[in-house]
Write a protein that binds this ligand. Structure first.
Ligand code: PMP
Length: 397
């Protein structure tokens, strides 16, 4: 090994020793509850394809049809010659769906979050973020030259005090809609009131709420009936309930034009594949038309929660398809995840730095393609493993 590799290997060894090493699994075939992983058929509870649209035949046919019409790739950035009619129509439909003036597509949620935060704030501004926000929001805050604050999870009293104390020019408050590793949700009505009282701009990333929450799948904005005035900057991603990939920002004409002019992750990247945009138009129509997917998901969530309560398992408070089981130590979380795998079930152990130290967990996610027999299998396996959820006296890090 050369000296660079020796240094890198030492850091990798250290990560493995602290049970934080991440390994990728390679699967074949579509996102379905029965996932073909490295020669094994596993019952999976880790996909964010909450409505089962990723492999839906209507969505897949739209993708293939559009690939014949437009080709595979976007070809250039939106501002050069990569903006197609497919992108334009999807943006119009997303604006109508969310009741906003305009929408803008990004290649993925990570870039949308970085792009919005950096385009809207400068050195004289301040950003206030929930402590448990997604990494892409945190990274956007770190990349921006604005003062960066993080308030305790869902603690809007602390947020309000900090907003009152702040002398910043612009104040941007940023929160996940549904928190990705916890499954709980921001209180949009309170957050919006606090922001309006202190002249702060509210930005919500509802990557995990769109499609799943609200009667029409409009996410936390629909649940709280939050208008554009109450929630001026709203982000959704397309790689989860929409079953495709990409992301969108919706809001006022001025907001969208500002992003087109100043958001570097929008300007300097190839546009999303137009075929993906066409497939997403179909998934957007299914999200609205096929309420049964959300109803089924709700029934599955209720069934799983009841089952866990009966087994006295440490379920975290969540009413969304993200149903994490708190473990604590990383080693213990890995042990339970491996034991489930031996029983043919795939649930990923989520460890630091994705979650705080000592809060490793099993992140169970449910999709509309699961059925009650799948949940019975998971609950039976968890029942056998229940003693492992009691932390050993010596806490693992
Ligand atoms: N926001 C949240 C809350 C997320 O959970 C994720 C991805 N897991 C993203 C943004 C990033 O979205 P994408 O995968 O489209 O980059």
């Amino acid at each position: 090994m050369n000296s660079m590799d020796l240094i890198l290997q030492a850091a990798l060894d250290e990560r493995a020793l602290s049970h934080l090493y991440r390994r990728r699994l390679t699967h074949s075939g579509p996102q379905k509850p029965l996932l073909q992983v490295e020669g094994e058929s596993l019952l999976a509870f880790c996909s964010n394809d909450y409505l089962g649209l990723a492999a839906d035949l209507q969505v897949v046919s739209a993708l293939t049809r559009a690939a014949y019409e437009y080709g595979c790739g976007g070809g250039a950035s939106h501002l050069v010659c990569g903006h197609s009619q497919a992108h334009h129509q999807l943006e119009e439909e997303l604006a109508a769906f969310t009741g906003r003036e305009r929408a803008l597509l990004f290649s993925n949620g990570y870039m949308a979050n970085m792009g919005v935060i950096t385009a809207l704030t400068h050195a004289s501004d301040a950003i206030f973020q929930d402590k448990l926000n997604h990494a892409s929001l945190i990274d956007g805050g770190l990349l921006s030259r604005a003062t960066f604050n993080r308030y305790p999870h869902l603690n809007y009293d602390v947020l309000e005090k900090r907003l009152i104390q702040s002398q910043a020019n612009r104040k941007l408050v940023v929160s996940d809609g549904v928190f990705s590793m916890d499954g709980d949700t921001a209180e949009i009505d309170r957050l919006s009131r606090v922001c309006q009282s202190h002249n702060a701009w509210l930005m919500i990333d509802d990557a995990h709420g769109f499609g799943c929450l609200g009667e029409n799948g409009g996410g936390v904005a629909e649940v709280y009936r939050a208008s554009q005035a109450q929630l001026p900057i709203l982000i959704g991603t397309l790689g989860k309930a929409f079953g495709t990939s990409g992301a969108f920002v919706v809001g006022s004409h001025a907001l969208i034009e500002t992003l087109i002019q100043f958001a570097r992750p929008y300007i300097y990247t190839t546009s999303l594949s137009p075929a993906i945009a066409e497939a997403t138009r179909v998934s957007l129509s299914l999200i609205q038309a096929e309420g049964w997917r959300r109803q089924k998901l709700q029934a599955l969530i209720a069934y799983f929660k009841n089952g866990c309560q009966a087994l006295n398992l440490p379920l975290m408070p969540s009413s969304t398809p993200i149903q994490p089981l708190q473990v604590g130590g990383s080693q213990q979380a890995l042990k339970i995840s491996h034991a489930l795998r031996e029983k043919g079930i795939l649930v990923t152990a989520i460890r630091p730095p994705t979650v705080p130290d000592g809060q490793s967990r099993l992140r169970v996610t449910l999709t509309a393609l699961h059925d009650f027999t799948h949940l019975d299998r998971l609950l039976d396996a968890l029942s056998d493993l229940a003693p492992l959820f009691v932390e050993p006296v010596e806490r693992q890090s």
